[in-house]
Design a protein around this ligand. Sequence first.
Ligand code: TYM
Length: 344
Amino acid sequence: MTRVFSGIKPTGHLTLGNYLGAMRQWATLDQHRSEALFCIVDLHALTVDHDPARVRRLSRQAATLLLASGLDPALCTVFVQSHVDEHARLSYLLECVATDGEMRRMIQYKEKAARERRRGGSVRLSLLTYPVLMAADILAYGTDEVPVGQDQTQHVELARDLAVRFNQRYGHTFVVPRATNPPVAARVMNLQDPLSKMGKSDDTGPGIVYVLDEPDVARKKVMRAVTDSGRDVVYDREARPGVANLLEILAACSGGDPEALAGAYASYGDLKRDAAEAVVEVLRPVRERHRELCADPGHVEGVLRDGAERARAMARPTVDAAYRAIGLLPAASGAGAPVLNAAR
Ligand code: TYM
């Protein structure tokens, strides 16, 4: 059976981009057709300036939202990255396979480091090595497919490269994974700045729809989306990024194809109205289920506890095999452990 792994970082409130680009696909498709693991990757939230209490709060919220979006613990494994030591254990080994040049070429590193420096802050070393930890997340589970939005494709490519290099140097240890993207809305753009991704870690703003926005708030954000000069509705990502974004959002929420939908609209106003309603309707059941789940925090905790146990059992054999393959001496454990030859 295909093994699927994906993750979400608790650095902000989850957005419509997270939902359409990743979470919805996990719930409607991936958990049904594969052996799937979905992870709240809290260690990744420490790569930028962070408030410990907020990371804890957002981790709980992300877990609750994953369940609210339809992930079913009977079908898939939902867990928190820091509850499973194997991620950090494997990350170090992969740092010994990756190069610093590879890390510095990562687009997200370049963008985030530049932003941090513009603010006068310093860049954490973990921001540079973050893609290696992400590769460890993926490779520890023998993952075949990684369903992600488009912005993560380069990171999954790195995981592939590291798997191939490790296997060549030290013997076959890792499955070589590949990224999968949703057919539409793999890159939802900021409604106020359609040249930038709608990102949860960015400053809050009218261009970002959050999964938990009240319907009126979400509706207003879509209605106020920046459109392009011109009046006719055409699907052209280059020349009309604002309208193309709305068409993609509408297509992702209500079904259909952005190009075909474009032909059905005579004005930007009508398009915005339909896109706004479609967004509100797609998020409504998630918000409602989230409210119910919040009333039962013990349930979410239990899911995470069981998930971590299952994940640990899945990751350990692969990570142990990587330790042996790379040349580390196995720890002797109890009776029957191999006697070490002192002469060697
Ligand atoms: P993160 O937390 O930024 O995003 C989680 C998922 O949401 C997708 N996404 C989007 N898709 C479409 N449009 C958008 N505007 C948008 N914004 C976010 C992301 O592509 C992602 O699929 N590095 C990862 C987390 C991670 C991970 C992993 C993912 C860590 N380890 C292992 C997969 C496998 C990240 O920061 O995602």
